[in-house]
Ligand binder design. Sequence first.
Ligand code: GTQ
Ligand code: FE2
Length: 369
Amino acid sequence: MTTDITAVPDTTSAADTTDTPHTADEKQLYDDFAHHGLIPLWTQREDLMPVRPTPKAIPHVWHWGDLYPLAARAGELVPVGRGGERRAIAISNPGLPGLPYATPTLWAAIQYLGPGEVAPAHRHSQNAFRFVLEGEGVWTVVDGDPVAMRRGDLLLTPGWRFHGHHNPHPRPMAWLDGLDIPLVHSIDAGFFEFGEDGVEERTTPHRSRAERLWGQPGLRPVSATAHDTPNSPLSAYRWEHTDAALTAQLELAAEGHPGVVEPGHAAVRFTNPTTGSDALTTLRTEMHRIAGGQHTAAVRETGSSVWQVFDGTGAITLDGTRRDLAHGDLIAVPSWCQVTIEAHSDLDLFRFSDAPVMERLNLARREYA
Ligand code: GTQ
Ligand code: FE2
């Protein structure tokens, strides 16, 4: 699915930008182009067909130690509810000034819900997930099915499914939201609808109905209603399973068996149990564990991603610049940026990306240094 290629030599763009009209006839030609709504390729300063991707988004790290206190202050000052809908604060890539975008395709935000607060139900075409860095107590209702949110869990709200968040507990909770908002916005495919409040269930079972039907390992319901769906019908992927899978991969490697991505690097992808493909059509979601003292091979890929440190400490090198990583830190990785991660202690990282889109469009490429 991904094309592995050998390194492309670093040459400058072949684009010709000769665009100064020399004669009155030429000047008239350019004026007539403009009048008829035309732009000739050769006048483009922007390199429309670069030798390799030249993203405006830049590699950047946001530290949880800065994000959380700001979210808590918003919790004191800014009410949640109709109008605002969500108390979500997006990371804004410094290369995309003024836009609430982590990358050209990905939205990543910290959402904060105080004690007793409710984020009202709505639905939209955009696919969404929540990843829980710490805490518990909030439950989200997906099309009427209450789903408890606990540390390390991945919760899905695929496009056009109603969802609202409830915090009946005496403590605030914050988590990471990931959505395909920038992608859907750029291709003009968004729809939105308010839901009805007060009709949802008021208790949170330990396991949602979706998990009881779809969350049994290797088992698919035979019922005709359990047909294939583009997005996963499973709305929660629990940390106990993710953790066990990563632990098993590293144990198997230590016993000399295959299963890890590379030495000391275990990873799992969250999938749609009806098809085996990515859990969401537009977003790839994965959890990685790099054993303390190990580092990953330097790699670059088309498409962009966002990482969040779940546990442990380490460092990430993005296009040659090294940055320290701690609990909760968020990292934006633009297209074709070279990435190496080193683990100081065992390092668990959640990652999401637009890889399913790149693969479907046959634009996926990967290059090892
Ligand atoms: O929780 O429904 O960060 O609709 C952005 C848009 C969260 C949500 C976001 C949303 C939500
Ligand atoms: Fe939403």
